[in-house]
Every structure is written in C-alpha cells, then in structure tokens.
Design a protein around this ligand. Structure first.
Ligand code: SLL
Length: 175
C-alpha cells in the first residue's frame, strides 16, 4: 500500500445535538419515562449538510465506518454503535451530560479512531439574564421550554489525514 507522502487532506464535519421539550402528548406515550422532559438527537454529520439535512448526512460514510456515542450510564446500553448514516442517536431524558463520540474510519484508510466530547445541551440560554440558564440537573426540576425551534449545540471540526494511502486519497477525492 502506497502512501501519498507530504499530502494532508481534511474533511469538515459537525457534531453536536438538538433538543426539544416533550409536549404533553409525547409525555403520554408509554415509551417515555415519566421523569423525562426532553427529546434529543446527538449526531455526526458532514459540515456540508445543514443540521437537519438527513439527505446530506451520508457525505461522510465513504470515510467513516462507525460512530460510537457513549451516553451517560443512566441509559441502557450506553455505548451506541452506528454503522451507517445518519450517524445519530435519538433518546429522551431529563439531564445534560458529556457524550463521548468515537469515530472509526474505513479500514482502507489505516487511520486510528478519533474522539470528540460533546456536552449534550437541553436548556436554552436565558433571553433576559444573558448567562446560561442552568436548568434542572435532577429529575423534577424547573424545566425551561426550548420553544418550537429547539436548542441546538453544534461544533465544527475537521478530520485531517496526513500521508494518506493513495487508494484512500482517491476515495476521498472521488466524493
Ligand atoms: C449528572 N448531568 O452529571 C447529570 C446526569 C443524566 C441524564 C444527567 C437518563 C434518563 C433515563 C438521563 O436523562 N440522564 O434513562 O431515565 O449527574
């Protein structure tokens, strides 16, 4: 396998979450625990796609093989492996926590996995006070509604491949 020495190639990604307060109708549903207040989605996407654009999300599957989202241990099976786009997990819950996001690249890349950490954000910034509205950290606390557009917390980043294998470079450039 031949490396393209001296070449660095990067691909832009976004990772993060959106969250919405549960409506009274949603809270009625049997799959939602009574202490849950929000529905959220944590995701890794191409930075070329808009946050809610599922159609553009598989822009990254030619170089990403798996994304593991490690959720808070209060969730059943906290290690969620996603092997095809959209690389995302949707859940309900009551609290914010740190999500560990591990990206595994396709085998032909020969690249080591990379890790990102994302603070799952549920609570909107306070419109009046300026500083972030802390919201509840315990179930049953006062919930600040997200409004119809929800809360969004996304990070832009770039995955960089140095001296990539020639075949992998070709794959990247053909997309
Ligand atoms: C903390 N921030 O640091 C809190 C943890 C955990 C949130 C928040 C799980 C819900 C469920 C859920 O919302 N966990 O599975 O019932 O202690």
């Amino acid at each position: 396998r031949i490396r393209a020495r001296g070449i660095s190639i990067y691909r832009p990604i976004v990772y993060g979450n959106c969250a919405f307060t549960l409506t009274p109708e949603e809270k009625e549903k049997s799959d939602v625990a009574p202490d849950h207040t929000h529905r959220w989605t944590v995701a890794v996407r191409s930075a070329a796609s808009l946050p809610n654009d599922v159609g553009g999300a598989d822009d990254i599957s030619h170089f990403i093989k798996r994304v593991t989202f490690k959720l808070h241990e209060t969730y059943p099976n906290p290690n969620r492996n996603i092997d095809k786009p959209p690389f995302e997990v949707t859940e309900t819950g009551w609290g914010e926590f740190e999500v560990m996001i591990r990206i595994v690249f396709v085998p032909e890349s020969g690249e080591k996995p990379v890790m990102f950490y994302h603070h799952l954000k549920l609570h909107p910034w306070s419109a009046t006070a300026g500083p972030p509205e802390p919201g509840p950290t315990q179930p049953g606390g006062q919930v600040v509604p997200t409004g119809p557009l929800g809360v969004h917390a996304w990070q832009y980043d770039e995955v960089v491949f140095n001296d990539p294998f020639q075949a992998f470079l070709t794959t990247l450039m053909n997309h």
